[in-house]
Ligand binder design. Structure first.
Ligand code: SR1
Ligand code: MG
Length: 391
């Protein structure tokens, strides 16, 4: 049967037709999606529990006035499957994908907690930097020119061309927040700072450079939206979900999204005076990069392409990824403050705290973006997070 938007019962019928439950089973079904785009049903019997995720023909957070391709469900399933080939323990399992219903069946991760919630709740997450670094290093290396034959990679670039979802990022990440735009959502106390930022020509030049690299730099198959709401975590476990923004883009974009989200949590906790926890977030950001870089460098040594085996080139490549990551982290801080899609790390604060945290996010974001255009490295984060000297 052709595409229809599921309700709870249709989600059960779908899972039964796929053989996940016997026809006679009493299955309970609840729509639990709280993301910006899709429907998510949790189906359970006493014996098993599963997730059915279906793409809607529009962006859920805005409504039918924002039509959106259903093909994103295919991209999501295939990106998760591609990344699971090389990092199976760190990616949610896709058990089935249906190209007519634009729906997939996934393992249920409800024994885990969204990373964003854990970061808000002042939890020091074991192995966070290690797991995220391994997920990104292994998946981003495996789908790069260093690991794939050129023609195979080009075929994948074609398969993962994701113009509508990329357009969302191009607009919401790089364009709207840096000018007046009706999609922006600006906290009144923050507006004067936004207006100041919009006049900053050097900043706008740097953001244009970062956007151009996002548009035209197919280095590897990115997750494309690896913020702390796309990661589940629990004791000894971390799982990445929600890869509908997957496409071939600059490696630093995924790396920077992780760093940007740790720094958004830092802005929250520094504002609240949770200094020990803010220091932990700072250390996690730095070790995340160090672990990513060292694992990626080790993988590079095994490149299949003798033409890309030069150590000098590989070092320059990683230095560029680092600069990109700092710049994209800066854009994430700014777009989550001024743009359409905010984060609970900041919006759940009271008004005075929110204004303070947003001020920090904008200043930090700006410095990171400007620095990404020079010869900066990750230690910049340490310098930027230090309290400014009293003048
Ligand atoms: C209309 S989608 C808004 C945001 O949600 C997604 O998770 C992406 O981060 C996107 O920018
Ligand atoms: Mg998402």
């Amino acid at each position: 049967m052709s595409y229809q938007v599921f309700d709870s019962l249709a989600a059960i019928d779908f899972a039964k037709a796929k053989g996940f439950f016997p026809n006679e089973a009493q299955v309970s079904s609840h729509e639990i999606g709280d993301g910006n785009l899709n429907l998510v049903f949790q189906l359970s019997t006493p014996e098993r529990s599963l997730i059915v995720k279906q793409a809607l023909p529009y962006a859920r957070c805005v409504g039918e006035s924002w039509p959106l391709t259903l093909d994103r469900a295919r991209i999501e399933a295939e990106t998760l499957q591609a990344h699971a080939k090389v990092a199976p323990d760190l990616v949610v399992k896709v058990l089935d994908f249906d190209l007519e219903k634009y729906a997939m069946v996934q393992e249920d991760l409800s024994h885990l907690v969204l990373l964003r919630k854990r970061l808000i709740d002042v939890e020091k997450v074991d192995n966070l930097a290690e797991d995220l670094a391994r997920y990104l290093a292994d998946s981003l290396y495996a789908y790069s020119d260093f690991a794939l034959a050129a023609q195979a990679k080009k075929a994948l670039v074609q398969n993962f061309t994701n113009p509508e979802l990329c357009q969302i990022t191009e607009d919401l990440f790089f364009t709207d927040p840096f000018r007046e735009h009706e999609r922006n959502d600006i906290f009144p106390a923050t507006r004067p700072l936004a207006e100041e930022l919009w006049q900053d020509v050097m900043l706008l030049d740097a953001v244009a450079e970062l956007k151009a690299r996002f548009l035209s730099c197919p280095q590897s198959l990115l997750h494309g939206d690896v913020h702390s709401g796309s990661v589940f975590s629990g004791p000894g476990e971390l799982k990445v979900i929600d890869a509908e923004f997957g496409f071939f883009g600059p490696i630093g974009f995924d790396v920077g999204s992780v760093i940007g989200n740790l720094l958004l949590a830092w802005c929250r906790h520094k504002t609240l005076g949770n200094n020990d926890y803010a220091d932990w977030l700072e250390e996690e950001s730095l070790s995340f990069w160090d672990l990513f870089e060292s694992r990626f460098r080790t993988l590079l040594a095994g490149t299949q392409d003798p033409g890309l085996a030069s150590e000098g080139y590989q070092s320059r490549f990683l230095a560029q990824v680092q600069r990109d990551a700092l710049g994209y982290a800066g854009c994430e801080l700014i777009r989550r403050t001024l743009g359409l899609a905010h984060v609970a790390d900041i919006t759940s604060l009271d008004d005075a705290q929110r204004s303070d945290a947003e001020k920090k996010a904008l200043a930090l974001g700006r410095s990171l973006i400007l620095a990404s255009q020079g010869s900066c490295d990750i230690s910049l984060i340490r310098r930027l997070l230090k309290p400014s000297p009293v003048r």
